[in-house]
Design a protein around this ligand. Structure first.
Ligand SMILES: *Cc1c(COP(=O)(O)O)cnc(C)c1O
Length: 387
């Protein structure tokens, strides 16, 4: 992959816009035609010809070319959010009566899509631990149409062996979908292992500055056309031109940001791994992760998002630790410039209503672009304050 070419040149027809290095934002809803004949010709080809911005917008088109090239797929579509991208990709492949096998503890809104929204349309789902390849095979039913993956998943960072599960699904004609937000296409290219549809929340690393909400679907020509014709045009959850322009800006620096976050992430993780107040580090990039070998095989750098289990007496002590941090913002949506802390107890309606499927003392950290020594010093003072 000629990363430098993709990020700096691919799809940018500079001759067409006065040599501008940064492409113009085509902030327009409509595209006008010179004749009735030209308009009539364009309408059935909205995927290739700009007709109306819910279809093909030239700014978004540049972004999509780059995203497809990064993932090594034929095409890509940009959406208004990661949730819109996931919904469009999933709905495009399912009908009433279909069954889905899904990894346990996927992104919360993906789980709600299966359990609630698609449940209303007669779709059923079985959840299997991500690492349990044999269990995934056992869960397949005659009406299983889709395997939905997130590797690693968002809070507990369990990996799926992508090559092994694709060897199970391919001969059975089961479509595989993966949420690749954690690794970015720089860390992991699931299509290489045989995964059919790759989705992203572009609100995370791809956006990288905590100022964009967007999503991406990457896949084969046939699947991209199928999604474009139906879920993309019909549900209409598209990325707006300005959003695409911001993402184009962000992609230029993705390798630098991702590398920095990965390296600092490793440094902070190593510090925490050796701290007596940390019971366990959960980071696929660290040799202590039970699936470290698999992470090395199918992911390169692992980014800066990981969890720790704190050696605390109770939830109050976890709350105090998180509140004491000065350089980590208490916020959810990672992948930006700023470091974050997210104790799972903050996601519960009250300290008495903790999620039984997650360790109560789990704290997720995201390491951004700050000086890692500043972050370590901040963690040090907050950990010291624990009893
Ligand atoms: C944030 C996130 C999403 C949802 O993306 P939005 O852009 O917020 O809709 C999906 N999957 C993962 C892994 C995420 O972190």
């Amino acid at each position: 992959m000629d990363l430098s070419y993709i990020l700096n040149h691919l799809g940018e027809e500079r001759d067409e816009y006065h040599g501008a290095v940064s492409p113009p934002v085509h902030q327009t809803s409509n595209f006008a035609f010179a004749s009735v004949a030209a308009m009539r010709h364009a309408l059935p080809h909205e995927q290739e010809v700009s007709f109306y911005t819910r279809g093909l917008n030239p700014t978004t088109a540049i972004l999509c070319q780059k995203l497809a090239a990064l993932e090594g797929t034929d095409g890509a579509l940009a959406f208004a959010s990661g949730a819109a991208a996931i919904s469009a990709a999933v709905i495009s492949q399912l009908q009433a009566g279909d069954h889905v096998v899904c990894v346990q503890k996927p992104y919360g809104w993906a789980e709600k899509l299966f359990n609630q929204l698609l449940g209303r349309y007669g779709v059923t789902v079985t959840y299997v631990p991500a690492a349990d390849t044999a269990g995934i095979e056992v869960a397949i039913q005659p009406n299983t149409r889709m395997l939905y993956l997130e590797s690693p998943n968002s809070l507990t960072f369990e990996l799926v062996d992508l090559e092994a599960v694709c060897a199970i699904t391919k001969p059975r004609g089961i479509v595989t979908v993966i949420d690749n937000s954690y690794a970015t296409p720089l860390g992991q290219q699931p299509a290489k292992w045989g995964v059919d549809i790759v989705v992203h929340s572009a609100s995370k690393y791809l956006g990288g500055h905590s100022d964009v909400v967007a999503g991406v679907v990457c896949s084969s020509k046939a699947i991209i056309k199928q999604i474009f014709d139906h879920e993309f045009m019909n549900l209409g959850g598209i990325a707006a031109p300005w959003t695409s322009a911001l993402l184009l800006r962000s992609l230029r620096t993705l390798p630098v940001r991702f590398e920095r976050s990965s390296q600092s992430g490793m440094q902070v993780a190593e510090y925490l791994y050796n701290h007596p107040k940390v019971q366990r580090l959960i980071y696929p990039g660290h040799p202590s992760h039970p699936q470290y070998a698999l992470a090395q095989k199918q992911m390169g750098q692992c980014g800066g998002l990981f969890s720790i289990l704190l050696d605390a007496q109770d939830v109050t002590e976890i709350e105090r630790f998180a509140d004491k941090l000065q350089r980590f913002l208490l916020a959810c949506s990672w992948g930006g410039h700023e470091s974050l802390v997210l104790p799972v107890c903050a996601l519960a309606a009250s300290p008495e209503q903790l999620n039984p499927h997650l360790p109560w003392n789990l704290v997720r950290l995201y390491i951004g672009l700050e000086d890692p020594s500043v972050l370590i010093a901040d963690l040090e003072q907050a950990l010291l304050d624990m009893k």
